[in-house]
Design a protein around this ligand. Structure first.
Ligand SMILES: *Cc1c(COP(=O)(O)O)cnc(C)c1O
Length: 373
């Protein structure tokens, strides 16, 4: 029997759909000595995380915290706490993550009303309006930044339509939060979740969430128990924000240290500066890619700055080029998912990976590989 070698992975540049590069200060925060998860000093750190998350989501929602698991657990938390068996939920599907939401809705025993858009296009508010003229679902769910297609979904109109029909408005902001404007209160978002490893640039492992007072009321009126013990907010809430902080599960201390420091970095830079940095580097990357013959999948007005989904020009081999980028240049980019497998790339410039240097490095490496044929 032998023990494995010491961990020593090669340093990479993370330019895929997440995780993104992590700032050294965040890595250093993770090495902070542990204290107990009920230590008054740790409770203060949790309070700091909640306060900074409210600023990031631009919300006054009291119930704003981080679920102890990745973005998909945030998605599940938002759905299982609101939906009960027999409820209806309208889910907008324009890529992989809308599909995942509709799967969870079904697992809640609720009925899914789907509004689809072709991959690479945003959801049409008229289609949502039409679906709501024949049904009255408890919530309308949609992805703000569809990481599988690179589409930046406008939210305001669909939010208004949801509210006019008495539904809660639920938004997936996993990829947008920290890289583009997200305004939970101004946009009438009742329920929102994100993840730490995209534009927040911390490691994967936590999912920031926020619930409006209206959403909290709906949860408090449930007749049935939440199907998930771990994600049941009636209990988790008491640990994050109860008058007496009671044990529910052991908080992932080091991850919360990481999120705390990543949020501090975001506010040191300033939200507007950060969004502008993502836009600026997106333009630099776009110009370089288009010059090489790449075409963007979404129309110009619906492109995400942090996730660039492009068609691979004919004659170039997807897997071979991505292997060479990784092995010869230590750059990771993402391949296509679903309908786009083998045909598209997803290039992320998220958070700490969103620098001019990253863009120039990738473009130079691609030019070298592709010109050589
Ligand atoms: C990454 C992602 C998720 C899932 O997050 P995990 O951290 O992988 O569980 C959900 N929605 C969107 C839009 C994402 O990009």
């Amino acid at each position: 029997m032998s023990v494995s070698q010491e961990l020593n992975p090669t340093a990479r540049y993370l330019m895929g759909p997440g995780p993104s590069d992590v700032h050294p200060r965040v890595l250093k925060a993770m090495a902070t000595p542990l204290i107990g998860h009920l230590d008054p000093q740790f409770i203060e750190i949790m309070d700091g995380v909640m306060e900074m998350l409210r600023l990031l989501f631009r919300t006054k929602n009291q119930l704003t915290f981080a679920v102890s698991a990745t973005g998909s657990a945030g998605m599940e938390t938002c759905l299982v706490n609101v939906l009960e068996p027999g409820d209806e939920a309208l889910v907008c599907v324009h890529g992989v993550f809308g599909n995942r939401m509709s799967d969870i809705v079904e697992r809640c025993g609720a009925k899914v009303i789907r509004v689809d858009a072709p991959w690479g296009q945003p959801i049409d508010p008229h289609a949502v309006k039409k679906a709501l003229s024949v049904s009255k679902p408890k919530l309308v769910a949609i992805v703000h930044a569809e990481t599988s297609t690179g589409v930046h979904q406008p939210l305001q109109e669909i939010s208004n339509i949801a509210h006019e029909n008495g539904a809660l408005f639920l938004v997936d902001a996993v990829t947008s939060l920290g890289g583009a404007d997200v305004r939970a209160d101004d946009w009438g978002i009742d329920i929102i979740y994100s993840g730490t490893q995209k534009c927040i640039s911390a490691p994967p492992g936590l999912s920031p969430v926020s619930f409006s007072p209206r959403a909290v009321q709906v949860m408090e009126k449930r007749k049935t128990k939440v199907q998930s013990w771990y994600l049941d907010l009636s209990m988790v809430r008491k640990y994050w924000s109860g008058a007496k902080r009671a044990y529910h599960h052991t908080a992932p201390i080091s991850m919360i240290y990481a999120l705390y420091e990543a949020l501090r970095l975001i506010f040191e830079e300033g939200l507007e500066n950060r969004f502008e940095r993502h836009r600026r580097n997106h333009v630099l990357l776009r110009d370089g890619l288009e010059e090489m013959g790449f075409e963007y999948i979404p129309a110009p007005e619906y492109r995400l700055p942090m996730l660039n989904a492009v068609k691979i020009p004919s004659g170039f081999n997807d897997a071979e080029i991505r292997d060479r980028l990784l092995n010869e240049y230590n750059i990771e980019i993402g391949g296509g998912l679903g309908d786009f497998a083998g045909k598209a790339w997803r290039i992320g410039i998220m958070g700490h990976s969103c620098t001019e240097n990253h863009v120039h490095m990738l473009l130079a490496a691609l030019r070298k590989i592709m010109n050589a044929g």
